[in-house]
Design a protein around this ligand. Structure first.
Ligand code: 9YT
Length: 130
């Protein structure tokens, strides 16, 4: 069994900050944990807008605090995000993520992130294979 606490992750390699300062991601589970997915808590900071397009990954996101919205660039629809909202990028949708109050998001990635990926110019993470 794996048991990890946020306080043990903060300040380690699993505590990843976006280069543009828009978010911070604490990686509770990564590929090396061999669960078949990675599991993170991400805070998206208030006042930011982030373009994301995960061409290589599926991601499910569950909001546990804060306020913001996701604009689905495939449909043009914008969805409010508050505590209790889940969205799943089951079709690799291009989107904008905006926070009006710091958004606390629980994120699951399939395939699992290794932890070394950074968003590229297209807002994607590369697929890192064995
Ligand atoms: C919700 C989202 O995709 N935010 C960007 C960071 C990502 N969740 C991560 O690397 O944890």
């Amino acid at each position: 069994m794996i048991v990890r606490r946020l306080q043990e992750i903060i300040g380690t390699e699993r505590d990843v900050k976006a280069e543009n300062g828009h978010w911070v991601s604490r990686r509770f589970l990564l590929r090396e944990d061999a669960m078949g997915f990675s599991f993170h808590e991400t805070t998206i900071f208030a006042g930011t807008e982030t373009y994301i397009h995960y061409i290589n990954h599926l991601e499910a996101v569950y909001c546990v605090g804060g306020e913001g919205e996701i604009e689905d660039l495939e449909t043009g629809q914008t969805h409010k995000i508050t505590d209790g909202t889940m969205y799943a990028l089951n079709q690799h949708e291009r989107h904008y993520l905006r926070a009006t109050k710091d958004l606390r998001l629980i994120c699951v990635f399939n395939p699992a992130l290794t932890g070394n990926e950074v968003h590229d110019r297209e807002g994607a993470y590369p697929l890192i294979e064995d």
